[in-house]
Design a protein around this ligand. Structure first.
Ligand SMILES: Cc1ncc(COP(=O)(O)O)c(C=O)c1O
Length: 490
């Protein structure tokens, strides 16, 4: 019989009086709870907690932790998410006592070491972006977008310009319009094109003196580099607008080209993706932004400043002159920023370029080998990822992108991103990252080639080997049940 310890509620193992540990009798006189806590604050009944032995608890959680996939256990080609391996060395460094024991409220004097690392990170991000002013505060890419748009709004307000429109291509990530709307702008979506690139004519038609920002992901969400980005930037600048580069796909360009060099005025990083902060399941993230010098005064504060004094170097927290205020406590999600800083230090300038080149090579290798079963409608060569389509397979055999994704779980691979971007029918967005070997890529390719000729009826029911099969994904997201019914009302 299969061991179901991992998926059964701990309440099932509860027995009255069972304990993980026993406390020795107190060597001092004891008092009852009623003597220590006012009657009105005392619960009438003890909380309904399971009573368990230590082994039950440990086995339950250890088994539970193995039911999901992660980059330490499986190949995880989740397009747009850059699920690269997180080096353990940087985990260890970020947990050094001098780092973890530093209280966020420690004085500037006592935090000089931490501020030095964060200052260096700020400078490295400025250098990689080609944009000199950086705020480390935003806690994710989406918050970076929102923060940069608030920064742009403050800049236009200060100049007395009433610019209301934010434009973006239809292939944009959903967070782009969401951030623009939240920052108070009107959203204008450019219609999809057949090529996958921004259509310059359509863009020109929307540009006027009310245009504030054009948001564009480069390489775009189809994994293609927007070759006309310099022209696009000039078009925006000619009407007084700004260009926002969504940096989610920086893994394809770090060390090769820079958003600031191809005309971007603002950008965010996803440190958790490009620079290996462990992520997945919604966090933790870090989305610092980099902007041009004329926008620097509006950034959220504080930022970290370095001053050379006769007695040595001093790092301090300063608020830019016209700052939009804080968007996150302290200096952002420091745990992830540190891992990113150590990663960049480990690789160095030559290393990050190699990282990028390898990511592009891996994606193109997979694209070329999968092309016969999963064609890629847009682009001959891709950057660090590509978007294949299962449309032909669906038309001919009724097998969908979702069927393939779910069946891959049975083969021991995390699924690619599916149904994004919306401009590709039956989309499977595959991002292998640079950290995978040719053997791993080949194993995944072989699995896909086996899956596409399997019995469609069996595929519709996949996965067959996981503890959870096909949940109602919308229902699970909209009405999550976090609590087992045994522990009372949710
Ligand atoms: C293109 C793009 N932009 C923005 C984001 C938002 O980043 P985050 O998830 O860190 O908020 C993502 C996340 O997947 C993305 O792929």
């Amino acid at each position: 019989m299969r061991n179901t310890t991992a998926t059964q509620p701990l309440f099932d193992f509860s027995a009255p009086g069972r304990r993980a540990t026993e406390f020795p009798a107190a060597a001092v006189p004891t008092k009852s709870l009623a003597d220590l806590i006012p009657a009105g604050a005392l619960a009438k009944e003890p909380p309904p907690l399971p009573e368990l032995a230590e082994a039950d608890i440990v086995r339950h959680f250890v088994n539970l932790s193995t039911l999901n996939m992660c980059v330490d256990t499986h190949f995880y080609p989740l397009g747009s998410c850059t699920m690269k391996y997180n080096p353990k060395r940087h985990e260890r460094l970020s947990r050094l006592p001098g780092i973890v024991d530093l209280h966020p409220h420690a004085t500037e004097d006592d935090s000089q070491g931490m501020l030095a690392i964060l200052y260096e990170m700020q400078q490295m991000l400025a250098e990689i972006a080609g944009l000199p002013a950086v705020s480390l505060q935003p806690a994710a890419g989406a918050q970076g977008e929102f923060t940069a748009l608030l920064t742009a709004a403050a800049y236009f307000r200060d100049r007395g310009e009433k610019r209301t429109k934010v434009l973006f291509p239809s292939s944009a990530h959903g967070t782009n319009p969401a951030s623009a709307a939240l920052a108070g702008f009107d959203c204008v979506q450019l219609p999809p094109t057949n090529t996958g690139f921004v259509d310059l004519k359509q863009l020109q038609a929307e540009l006027d003196e009310s245009t504030a920002v054009f948001m564009v992901t480069n390489p775009n969400t189809l994994g293609l580099f927007e070759k006309e980005i310099a022209t696009i930037s000039k078009m925006l600048h000619d009407v007084g607008g700004l260009v926002y580069i969504d940096g989610a796909n920086m893994n394809a360009i770090v060390g090769v080209t820079r958003p600031g060099d191809f005309g971007g005025d603002m950008m965010h990083y996803n440190v958790h993706k490009t620079f290996t902060g462990p992520h997945g399941a919604g966090g933790p993230g870090s989305g610092p932004i980099a902007v041009r010098d004329f926008l620097g005064d509006y950034l959220p504060g504080p930022v970290i400043q370095k001053t050379e004094t006769p007695s040595g170097v001093r790092y301090s927290l300063v608020t830019p002159k016209k700052s939009i205020g804080r968007v996150r406590s302290f200096s952002g999600n420091v745990g992830i920023l540190l891992r990113g800083a150590f990663y960049l230090r480990t690789l160095g300038a030559a290393g990050v370029r190699e990282m990028t080149e390898q990511a592009i090579l891996n994606a193109n290798y997979m694209k070329a080998r999968l092309q016969d079963v999963l064609p890629v409608p847009q682009g001959e060569l891709c950057m660090h990822e590509f978007v294949a389509s299962a449309k032909k397979l669906k038309d001919e055999a009724g097998v969908t992108a979702m069927d393939i994704a779910k069946r891959l779980l049975d083969y021991g691979f995390h699924a690619p991103t599916v149904y994004f971007p919306l401009v590709v029918p039956e989309a499977l967005m595959i991002e292998p990252t640079e950290t995978e070997s040719k053997q791993t890529l080949d194993a995944f390719i072989d699995a896909v080639k086996e899956i596409v000729v399997e019995d469609p009826d069996m595929l519709h029911e996949a996965p067959h080997t996981t503890s959870v099969r096909r949940p109602d994904e919308v229902g699970a997201a909209r009405n999550p049940v976090f609590c087992n019914t045994a522990c009372g009302p949710t």
